[in-house]
Design a protein around this ligand. Sequence first.
Ligand SMILES: Cc1cc2nc3c(=O)[nH]c(=O)nc-3n(C[C@H](O)[C@H](O)[C@H](O)COP(=O)(O)OP(=O)(O)OC[C@H]3O[C@@H](n4cnc5c(N)ncnc54)[C@H](O)[C@@H]3O)c2cc1C
Ligand SMILES: *[C@@H]1O[C@H](CO)[C@@H](O)[C@H](O)[C@H]1NC(C)=O
Ligand SMILES: CC(=O)N[C@H]1CO[C@H](CO)[C@@H](O)[C@@H]1O
Length: 533
Amino acid sequence: MRAFTALYLGVATLVTAQDAIEPADFDVKAALLRNGVDVSTIPALLGLVESKSPAACSTACSALKTIFGDAKVVTQNTPAYDAFTNSYWSVQQASVDPYCIFKSSTPLDVSTVVLLARLTQCPFAVRSGGHAAFAGASNIQSGITISLQNLNEVVLSEDKSAAAIGPGNVWYDVYTKLEPKGLAVIGGRVAAIGVGGLTLGGGISFFSNIYGWACDNVLSYEVVTASGLITTASPTTHSDLYWALRGGGPNFGIVTKFNLRTIQQGLMWGGGRLHLEPQFPAVIKAFYNLGRNAGEDTNAAQILSFAYAQSTKFASVDLQYAKPVADAPILAEYLAIPDNVTDTTRIRSLADLTVQFNASNPSGLRETYWAATFKLDQDFTSFIKDVFFEEIDGIVDAAALVPAATLQVITEPQLSHMSQNGGNPLGLSVEDGPLILLNLNMMWSHIADDERILLANSNIIKRTVAEAEARGLANQYIYMNYASQFQDVIGSYGKGNEERLRRVAGKYDPTSVFQRLQPGYFGFGGAVDGGGV
Ligand SMILES: Cc1cc2nc3c(=O)[nH]c(=O)nc-3n(C[C@H](O)[C@H](O)[C@H](O)COP(=O)(O)OP(=O)(O)OC[C@H]3O[C@@H](n4cnc5c(N)ncnc54)[C@H](O)[C@@H]3O)c2cc1C
Ligand SMILES: *[C@@H]1O[C@H](CO)[C@@H](O)[C@H](O)[C@H]1NC(C)=O
Ligand SMILES: CC(=O)N[C@H]1CO[C@H](CO)[C@@H](O)[C@@H]1O
């Protein structure tokens, strides 16, 4: 396999016969035999049922049991099964019942389960931290849910410039292992989020103004393709696949290792401050100014959420500074806003800050996430806030509802890092920036409220997008990690990027295994119908 240096110039890769990852006469059984699995010795596979029926998964799960035994293959009506499904963040995902759960612990295990799913045509889902909100995103009804949780290595390279991190890790575990060495990586801001989903969809960190998004700080991926090949994607090996994995999601293979660039990181400063309605204009002005001026001091970062709880509208401002400095001048405008009701900002460790965020995102509730992107504009930020409070007015009686509109800025420094190492497929450039990233996020308890809550979310998205178009502030990008199942994420990357992603998928997965057998997340060809969008 040649490396395609042409990709650095953004030139489309030519796929020639000798580059094909999977030959036209690819034999799944022969590939399994290379993995040490002789199909002719597995009772369940003798009368093979090749259909997308429950029988296909009964066959696949029986075969997995024969090959791997009870420890790695968890079936229904067992405590281990219930513990696994209950460990998803949202109730929608916890309510999905897979035919079996496969607890892979090596890349070879992952290769074998992909080949077996392919042989039997049993659908599957892949789970890292299990924080995607909607049903089926990383768990699959009556199929095989492939758990990556036992792929949990955190290994520093000899010179400590890189860390090999398994997708079974959550960010808290990664940070606490690196902290004693004075190191960190570009990853999630909430303790229990998984390395896999966050990094494959983009990944915004406290330090993204300094280093860029998580996907732009991956040195290489170890990935299992549809033909069971365990291979590397890097700037010099399968560079087209490397490009695609930097935000293209789970459409190309299962990543079994992320080699992440490490950064020097000691104590930092951060926490949250709450403000009430009279302070909203000052908060919005500070949000706008910090977003606009991010380049003046890239240590600073912000997350602004408008929310409603206990019959009160409030603004939650989360501020961070990458160094142990409590009064950084760039944050002065925010810190001068009076009348905060609580203030948890202090000097602390990265892991400690992720635990604080974790506490405000409990599991065990129904959840929905939605995303939209706009050009940064102060008055429009206020418009988003107004539309949010108007639209939630009709749903605030829903039991246990906590609705929020979380605003961040995709800053010019963040955007500038997206072109490093050959670029990523997100379709964003410095000329587009700075941008407002809107994340609607709501939690509630009763299924009977689902429909009206989803409708309120879709109305907020529709109204803000329409107004942005009218004001010339539109941007088509939809962030995968915050999107709802009703939004067309890959389409939002732009036609050229979508076509190039399809070409890469076609090269590494010519029979569309990851599109056909892994239906639950953001694939090619648009969004799920419904949800009012
Ligand atoms: C409370 C909370 C806080 C958040 N904070 C942040 C944040 O700070 N920054 C940010 O950018 N985003 C954040 N997010 C969004 C987050 O990035 C997404 O929810 C992400 O999908 C979670 O990843 P996961 O591994 O936990 O999820 P999962 O549900 O396990 O996975 C999500 C998707 O990725 C696929 N996938 C996971 N691992 C692999 C792999 N190794 N190979 C192939 N496919 C894989 C899964 O199949 C699934 O389709 C947050 C979300 C929540 C709920
Ligand atoms: C994060 O929150 C989840 C769900 O509430 C909890 O199970 C988990 O233990 C928390 N993790 C940390 C490191 O605080
Ligand atoms: C900057 C500011 O106003 N901080 C105040 C926030 O509220 C706490 C508790 O009421 C005060 O102690 C802070 O001084």
